[in-house]
Design a protein around this ligand. Structure first.
Ligand SMILES: [Zn+2]
Length: 219
């Protein structure tokens, strides 16, 4: 599809956020178990004083609708359970998800197990979707991006990655969990987590470029 490149910055697999989604193996838990997902393409409005989420859009490749980035969020209870992608309530289609590399491998390897039920699982998931999008709130709650919040989400992400990478993954691979790896992993993932939390905070608060002409109209 062609998007207005002047109006929107186009995010695809080459953008840091989506690329991170692809390569970080820990996100396999988010994707396959929690059903958290990211679309293949996102559009970010270049201009405007609104914060990031209100300038981000998810285009539906089937009907062309630009959905607000806030449609799939925890405030709407729609951030999870999107195993097949984002549901477009306009055309009842599914906006294809960008798969995480590790989950893609797992999906392919386990295909003989779930492949038989694919259609029925997908259909029952699809049947549940319309009800989830009845009462959406596309406004950002005021206090969202405080320091406490980014510290909390950074710490949470760090601890989540720590447990996944130093305990769960070695156990799956039947490797030993050593005291050394536990000790090294802790500061490493805490720093990564806090860095992630902070980057997200900066991103989310980032305002679009102000176009002087349109700004006057807005005021
Ligand atoms: Zn659509």
């Amino acid at each position: 599809m062609n998007y207005d490149k002047k109006k929107y910055k186009i995010w695809d697999w080459k953008s840091p956020v989506i690329l991170h989604w692809i390569i970080n193996p820990g996100l396999v838990i988010n994707e396959l178990i929690l059903g958290q997902t990211i679309p293949k393409v996102m559009l970010i409005e270049r201009e405007g004083s609104k914060p990031f989420y209100q300038r981000s859009f998810v285009p539906c490749p089937h009907c062309g609708t630009l959905h607000s980035g806030l449609k799939w969020s925890s405030q709407n209870k729609t951030a999870f359970k999107n195993w097949f992608g984002y549901y477009c309530e306009n055309c009842k289609g599914i906006i294809p998800p960008q798969r995480n590399l590790t989950s893609l491998i797992i999906i392919i390897l386990t295909f003989p197990i779930w492949g038989w039920f694919r259609k029925s699982i997908r259909q029952s998931w699809l049947d549940k979707q319309p009800a989830r999008y009845m009462n959406l709130n596309l406004e950002i709650p005021e206090k969202k991006n405080t320091t406490k919040n980014w510290l909390k989400s950074g710490l949470f992400f760090g601890i989540f990655m720590y447990v996944t990478m130093t305990i769960i993954f070695p156990l799956i691979e039947q490797k030993e969990v050593t005291q050394k790896s536990l000790l090294i992993g802790l500061p490493l993932w805490l720093i990564c987590g806090l860095g992630w939390g902070y980057t997200m905070k900066v991103w989310m608060n980032k305002k679009g470029k102000i176009n002087k002409a349109s700004n006057k109209v807005l005021q």
